[in-house]
Design a protein around this ligand. Structure first.
Ligand SMILES: Nc1ncnc2c1ncn2[C@@H]1O[C@H](COP(=O)(O)OP(=O)(O)O)[C@@H](O)[C@H]1O
Ligand SMILES: [Mg+2]
Length: 477
């Protein structure tokens, strides 16, 4: 059973389940309705017969004389009473107090015979029970038998006999048959429409899933540009498709960024390698005999090797940050931290003045090595891009729940067109490239990654020819 269930499609399984449930509910409702109607009709027939018999019995038993009737009186009037209780739809039998039939309303032989009295029921009526009725089958016909105790007086306990009035259920059964037939047809139509509508509904709901399966297959075959692109439904499948598209967007842009990164990295490595190869070829051709060109070439080669190892270090830094972001935060007193840093900044400076604008004494939760690398990268950039007489300012200030730290210079500034790309890997501003400043373009990428590892943000403000401010904030806790 489970195996068959697994082989069927979700649509088939849902339709089957839903149809089964619908069929069970409709059938239960139909049967309940049918049984209810049947008992209502029988009850109605019984009440009708009883209501017809009551005045006849009263007339014969109580209105004929002033004294109470006896069993003998009953024997005398039984024939007439039975005949009066018999009509086109009913046939009556009168039983005495022992249950023996003493008169019947049947006159002609072709008239239907009344059913044989059944002791189980007439004993109940003789015991005084008023509402005794039951159904019996007689020659393929069913009749309703009603037993009415014949009392000495309407309120008396003494019972003289029982009037058994029976009425064929033919018309009730015909009505019930027609009723049942229309109920069955109605049930079938309801089921048919219900199953059809359900199937359409389930199909349209699952169409989105089918589209997703198709898209997944195309993506796994290598086409990352595919999207489900369902019209924005608010149902679960619409939301799933939208989330799926967003996820593929992210994967695609991450893969793109990785590809660009690798291409740029290879390019950055190729440049110094080409220079090294050129220098080595010249050396091998015999230039080592000329001490001047040997010194120049080996100096150049040394610089290229330095550049390669710097690139390598920075790539490793980035990889380490990306892999585990092993950040080890601890409380840092900013004033102590900055006084240590200022010494290093002044050693690195190439004639620039490095000053500090101290903020309030704040303790931040940060990784000291990372914070140092962030600031040194920014300071080195400021030194590279500002003149010898310029001033580099470091500082911090308190903003609610955060500290804002900045490195500002009054150097060359950054062209507005460069600003959106500054933090991208290997991006070097147009001015740096033209001035031949030796950099890898990874410095600011590392800075941004480290700031973000601290849950902070970095921004840049720059005016061409006037200077640049790099400002980042760190949460205090
Ligand atoms: N303080 C600054 N003033 C002017 N330009 C800057 C400054 N800092 C960074 N830049 C620009 O941003 C680019 C990227 O910087 P960075 O990522 O540190 O790479 P690199 O220093 O290796 O060139 C630099 O090439 C430079 O053009
Ligand atoms: Mg740099």
């Amino acid at each position: 059973m489970k195996k068959i269930g697994n082989k069927l499609s979700l649509r088939a399984r849902l339709t089957l389940m839903y149809s089964g449930l619908l069929a069970v509910i409709v059938c239960i409702l139909g049967i309940t309705f049918f049984v209810d109607t049947r008992s209502l009709l029988i009850h109605y027939t019984a009440s009708h017969v009883r209501a017809g018999a009551k005045p006849v019995i009263e007339q014969w038993l109580y209105e004929k004389g002033s004294r109470f009737p006896t069993s003998d009186d009953l024997k005398q009037i039984a024939e007439l009473l039975a005949r009066d209780l018999t009509s086109r739809n009913t046939v009556a039998v009168i039983l005495d107090s022992k249950g023996v039939p003493i008169a019947t309303g049947k006159l002609l032989p072709e008239e239907p015979s009344p059913p044989q009295p059944e002791s189980f029921y007439y004993l109940q009526a003789l015991a005084g029970k008023n509402e005794v009725s039951y159904i019996i089958s007689q020659q393929k016909h069913r009749s309703l038998v009603i037993l009415i105790p014949l009392r000495q007086s309407p309120t008396s306990e003494k019972i003289l006999g029982v009037a058994q009035v029976s009425s064929p259920l033919t018309s009730v059964e015909q009505t019930l048959f027609r009723h049942g037939l229309s109920l069955a047809v109605g049930t079938l139509i309801t089921l048919f429409i219900g199953v059809g509508l359900g199937f359409l509904l389930i199909s349209s709901a699952l169409a989105g899933l089918n589209r997703m399966i198709h898209t997944c297959q195309e993506i796994s075959a290598g086409d990352l540009t595919q999207r489900v692109n369902l019209p924005r439904h608010q149902d679960e499948i619409g939301k799933l498709a939208h989330a799926f598209d967003e996820m593929v967007d992210r994967i695609e842009s991450t893969l793109d960024a990785q590809r660009r990164f690798i291409a740029n990295a290879a390019h950055e490595i190729r440049t110094p390698l080409t220079a090294l190869r050129g220098s080595l070829e010249v050396l091998m051709r015999g230039s080592q005999d000329d001490p001047a060109s040997f010194a120049r070439l080996s100096q150049g080669m040394y610089q290229e090797v330095m550049r390669l190892s710097r690139l390598c270090e920075q790539l490793l830094d980035l990889a380490r940050l990306e892999i585990a972001s092993k950040i080890q935060k601890r409380p840092l007193k900013l004033d102590e931290f900055f006084s240590g840093l200022m010494q290093q900044a002044r050693i690195l400076a190439q004639g620039q003045t490095v000053v500090i604008k101290q903020g309030p004494p704040i303790t931040v939760l940060a990784d000291p090595d990372m914070l140092k690398q962030i600031l040194l990268n920014l300071i080195k950039n400021a030194i590279q891009h500002s003149g010898r007489k310029s001033t580099i300012t470091l500082g911090w200030r308190f903003i609610p729940d955060q500290v804002e730290i900045w490195v500002a210079d009054d150097g060359e500034g950054i062209p507005p067109g460069d600003i959106p790309y500054l933090f991208e890997p290997f991006y070097r501003g147009s001015s740096s490239a033209s001035k031949g400043v030796k950099g890898t373009g990874l410095g600011l990428t590392i800075v941004k990654t480290m700031v973000e590892a601290h849950n902070g943000q970095i921004k840049v403000k720059s005016q061409l020819g006037k200077g640049t401010d790099f400002i980042f904030n760190l949460p205090l806790h």
